[in-house]
Design a protein around this ligand. Structure first.
Ligand code: Q9C
Ligand code: ZN
Length: 340
């Protein structure tokens, strides 16, 4: 399988993540990519050179003011006299006004969905380079490859049209799905197998009937992002019926997880998708430090086999996965299973 990567992911490496009342080294760290790269090379996957970012499809799924915020927030933060990394502390919660303030500290809270994700000087460049990888993989598949893998970092599926957080800034999977539509696919599906609910992707397509979103994830009662991802979220308006959430409880092993995967794939087939984007997180792994499913490494290969059974042109986009040494094996197992 062809894959795309870009060293500029290293430009995004905050020192700090707020976790359990302490600042810790972020779980979402550059070494994740090194482990995946090594495994891709060991297994003979083919590296291809990524193209430049096309802002057209990015603007189709993200709000202009949000993109402007991402491009300018670091300079504004530094100019305000702040000395550390950008961390959101104030949010427009219940009964408050949904209106971006002038103050940069207020803006940061307005455009974020959680406080664990810091922004640094290089974050915007890294996020753009990451998104360009999803675009390059989509172009390869549109040009006739059966499948391609974008080794995206930072990840994307928590990023909504105008929100960052959950380690995500640009929604790489949503951008790839949008590009399939722009290329003429009438119907596209996004299958999200990251442990966490893909709230950003769901939100972006919630009112659209042309992009189906299916997600298998830790139930929101128990897992981040906590405030979206219930089974009764089925889409709205033209999008009614084009959203499928499959939340699962703590301790879920491969058996019930795989049943959910089969249900998602059946729904994608019934929808009539012509192309597939997979949000490929490996944090459903049993040893993941921030998740609670119990998949074994071999299970990821079986997941890849089942995804291949959909018979669709497929773009794999890297999302989460924090059991660092196993991230490469687990991610590449999905790709290898797909290719069998
Ligand atoms: N105490 C992705 O997998 N919450 N994002 C961490 C740790 C945020 C996960 C809490 C998890 C975000 C792409
Ligand atoms: Zn995740």
């Amino acid at each position: 399988m062809l894959f795309f990567h870009d060293d500029r992911h290293r430009l995004h490496f905050p020192q700090a993540e707020l976790d359990g009342g302490q600042f810790v080294t972020p779980y979402e760290r550059p070494s994740r990519v090194e482990y995946v790269l090594r495994r891709l090379q060991e297994t003979g996957m083919r590296a291809a050179a990524p193209g430049a970012l096309d802002m057209g499809p990015v603007r189709a799924v993200h709000a202009p003011d949000y993109l402007e915020f991402l491009a300018t927030c670091w300079a504004d933060w530094v100019a305000s006299g702040a000395r550390g990394e950008i961390i959101a502390t104030s949010f427009p919660v219940r009964r408050m006004r949904q209106k971006p303030p002038r103050n940069i500290d207020g803006k940061v809270g307005y455009y974020s969905l959680a406080a664990e994700t810091a922004i640094t000087a290089g974050t915007w460049e890294a996020a753009q380079a990451s998104c360009a990888l999803a675009q390059s993989a989509q172009r390869a598949v549109a040009a006739g490859e059966r499948a391609a893998f974008a080794l995206c970092r930072p990840p994307g599926h928590h990023a909504a049209s105008d929100l960052f957080g959950g380690y995500c800034f640009l929604n790489n999977a949503a951008v790839a799905a949008q590009m399939f539509r722009d290329d003429g696919a009438g119907r596209v599906a996004v299958l999200d197998i990251d442990f966490h609910h893909g709230n950003g992707t769901q939100d972006i397509f919630h009112r659209r009937g042309d992009v189906f979103f299916a997600s298998i994830h830790g139930a929101p009662e128990d897992a981040f992002p906590y405030f979206l991802g219930y089974a009764d979220e089925t889409g709205e308006g033209a999008g009614e019926g084009a959203n499928l959430n499959l939340p699962l409880p703590p301790g879920t092993p491969f058996g019930p997880w795989a049943e959910a995967l089969d249900a998602a794939l059946a729904a994608i087939r019934d929808f009539g998708a012509e192309a597939l984007v997979v949000s490929l997180g490996t944090d459903a792994f049993k040893d993941d430090p921030i998740s609670f499913f119990k998949l074994e490494s071999a299970d990821f290969a079986e997941a890849g086999r089942r995804i291949a059974g959909a018979g669709l042109p497929t773009v794999f986009v890297m999302e989460g996965g924090y059991a660092i040494e196993a991230v490469g094996i687990n991610a590449v197992n999905v790709l290898q299973g797909f290719e069998e």
